[in-house]
Design a protein around this ligand. Sequence first.
Ligand SMILES: Nc1nc2c(ncn2[C@@H]2O[C@H](COP(=O)(O)OP(=O)(O)O)[C@@H](O)[C@H]2O)c(=O)[nH]1
Ligand SMILES: [Mg+2]
Length: 314
Amino acid sequence: MHDLSQRLISGDTRSLARALSLVEDRRDGYVEVLKDCYRRGGKARIIGVTGPPGAGKSTLVDKLIGTYRGKGLKVAVVAVDPSSAFSGGAILGDRIRMQDRATDPGVYIRSMATRGHMGGLAVATADALTVLDAAGFDVILVETVGVGQDEVDIIREADTVLVVLVPGLGDDIQAIKAGIMEIADVFVINKADRDGVDRVERELHYLLTLAGEPQDWTPPVVKTIALKNQGLDDLEKAVDHHARHLASDGGGQGRLRMKFSQRFRDILSERFLMEISAHHLTPDREEELLGRFLRREEDPYTAAEELLGRIRWE
Ligand SMILES: Nc1nc2c(ncn2[C@@H]2O[C@H](COP(=O)(O)OP(=O)(O)O)[C@@H](O)[C@H]2O)c(=O)[nH]1
Ligand SMILES: [Mg+2]
C-alpha cells in the first residue's frame, strides 16, 4: 500500500487532507490512493442532507454531528454548495458556526470546490467519500443544495437521504418535487417553530399518496427545530430505522448495485477521456477538429471512431 494511504487509514488528519486534495485535483498517484481506499471502505454510513437554501441543513448537520459524537462515533462532513462559488458566504458562515467542531479530533469537515472537476462534481464527491470511508469515519454527512441534476447525482451516493423542507415554502414544494422528492428516505420539516407546519405536512402526505404503487419504504416525516436542538432524537431514530430497513430486506443491495454500476461507468468514461487526451488528442489537434466540425468539413462521429481506433487494445 502507498505511504499516503497507509497514513490516512491509520488516522493521520494531515494525510487525509492531502489525499483528499490529491484526489480532487487528479494529481499523480490519485488513482493508487483511491484503489487502496476502496478496498478498505464500505463501513461508513453515508447520510445525505438536501433541500432549498436556508432550510437549516447546515444547522441540522451541526446538531447531527453532536448526536453521533454523543454515541462515540467518528463523523465527517462533506459540504457541497454551489452558491459558495459566487459569494463564498454560505461556506464561510458554516465554518464559523462549526468552529467548535474543528477542535474535536473525531470530526472532520471538508468543503468541495464546485468547479473544475474533469469527471464532474458527483464523481469528485464520490471519490472524497471513498477516502473518508477508508479513513475510518463511522458516519459521513453530505450537505447539498437540492437544485440541479448534479445534486441529485451526488445525493444518490448516500445510504439515507434526508430532504429538508420548511413551513411557508408554498408552491416551492411542487418545484422541489421534481427529482429530489423521489429520492427522499426521510422528510424533515425544519423550523417547526414557525407558522404553517401543518400545511407543509399535509402537502407532503398528499404528495406521498400520489407516489403510485406502494413502495417497500414510506419516507417518515420528522419535525425539527434545529436551532434549539429539538426533534434530533426522532430524526436519528428515523435514520437508524431506514438503515435497518436497508440491511434487512435486501433493498439496500439493489441500491448499492445501482450506485456502483453508475460509479463504474463514471470511472470508465473519465479514464477513457484521460487516455485519449493524454496520448491521442493534443489541445492543438482538438482545436483543429472543432474548427472542422464547425465548418462541417468533418463530423464528430467519424473523428471519435478514428480516435477509438488509435487506442491500443489488448
Ligand atoms: N426559526 C428557526 N430558524 C432556524 C432553524 N434552523 C436553522 N435556522 C436558521 O435558518 C438560517 C439558515 O440555516 P442554515 O443551516 O445555514 O441553512 P442551509 O442553507 O440549509 O444550510 C440560519 O439563520 C439558521 O440559524 C429552526 O429550526 N428554526
Ligand atoms: Mg448550508
